[in-house]
Design a binder for this molecule. Structure first.
Ligand SMILES: O=C(O)CCC(=O)C(=O)O
Ligand SMILES: [Fe+2]
Length: 304
């Protein structure tokens, strides 16, 4: 099999992979090369790959076990192919699509579950003439560029991730929201993760975190705002301008991403996603909200 050509797309991450026809199975050597390139470049772009759903599934399985999307609303999955999630602003089954605003805030896929995704492969089938871009931020770089003092501080911290903070969730059917919430109660994850393949540490925050355990509400908000702004600063970001037939594979274990609403919503955008199942980590959150300043004053008053 011909050796793929791998061309870096940015300093933070991203590389384009050409010279492969992904409609056909890839051999072991090519699989190993692609996996290594994935770990190195974090986001891989495969242009010109108009795969069928079955080919998309077969190619995706080279990078891990496919998720059956049990955490998602069933009507957002492709008919008879639960391994494919349909991310679109087009009507589905005569109704506005539940995924028309998917990914509109910075997030790491499924961080609101006990199994954050390993990664995903998004295939662009239709796109507006301009815009509808997606951005990824490199959370290994984000962690490594914090001061050693801040690294030590956040290393011991855990945060609560909550599906209710998915932007636009309120626009979905009340029954769908109820289903998403009951399948995904709030969970706790460490703020610093160790990548199972590379051993490198990365930051896990994002806009679906409600609070950091052990801090007051004000401390938690300030620290999260700082960490999220730092993590998503332009130096750490790769921005993808889609072309029909692009497949983008990302490593969800060391990135977060956002789907920009920077396009005319009357134009169709249709993306198909295979998701790679992550390792079971984290634990269910106890219902203990962060302490407010008022509560801290009363605690101190009671002691003095
Ligand atoms: O539509 C996109 O560009 C990405 C949406 C998203 O967040 C995802 O598929 O995980
Ligand atoms: Fe996402």
């Amino acid at each position: 099999m011909a050796e793929p050509t791998i061309t870096p797309l940015g300093y933070a991450m991203g590389a384009e992979v050409t010279g492969l026809d992904l409609r056909r199975p890839i051999d072991d050597l090519t699989r190993r090369r692609l996996y290594e390139a994935w770990l190195k470049h974090v986001v891989l772009v495969f242009p010109g790959q108009a795969l069928t759903p079955q080919q998309h599934i077969a190619f995706s399985a080279n990078f891990g076990t496919l998720d059956d999307h049990a955490s998602q609303a069933p009507e957002t999955l492709l008919e008879n192919e639960p391994q494919i999630l349909v991310v679109t602003n087009k009507h589905r089954l005569g109704k506005p699509s539940g995924t028309r605003n998917t990914g509109r805030n910075w997030h790491t896929d499924l961080s609101y579950s006990l199994r954050p995704a390993k990664g995903a492969l998004l295939l662009c089938q239709e796109k507006p003439p301009v815009g509808g871009d997606t951005m990824w931020a490199n959370l290994t770089m984000a962690y490594e560029t914090l001061s050693p003092t801040m690294q030590r501080f956040i290393e011991g911290l855990e945060a609560v991730h909550d599906v209710s903070l998915v932007k636009g969730i309120g626009q979905r059917d009340p029954a769908v929201i109820q289903g998403l919430r009951s399948r995904n109660p709030p969970v706790v994850h460490p703020m610093v993760r160790v990548h199972p393949d590379t051993g490198r540490k990365s930051l896990l925050a994002g806009e679906r975190v409600s609070h950091i355990l052990g801090l007051t509400e004000d401390e938690s908000t300030a620290l999260l705002n700082f960490l999220n702004a730092h993590a998503t600063s332009p130096e750490f970001v790769y921005r993808h301008r889609w072309r029909v037939g692009d497949i983008v594979l990302w490593d969800n274990r060391c990135t977060c991403h956002v789907a920009l609403p920077d396009f005319d919503q009357s134009q169709p955008r249709l993306m198909l996603r295979c998701s790679l199942q992550g390792e079971a980590v984290g634990r269910l959150a106890e219902a203990a909200p962060a302490a407010t300043k008022e509560q801290m004053i009363q605690t101190v008053a009671a002691l003095s």
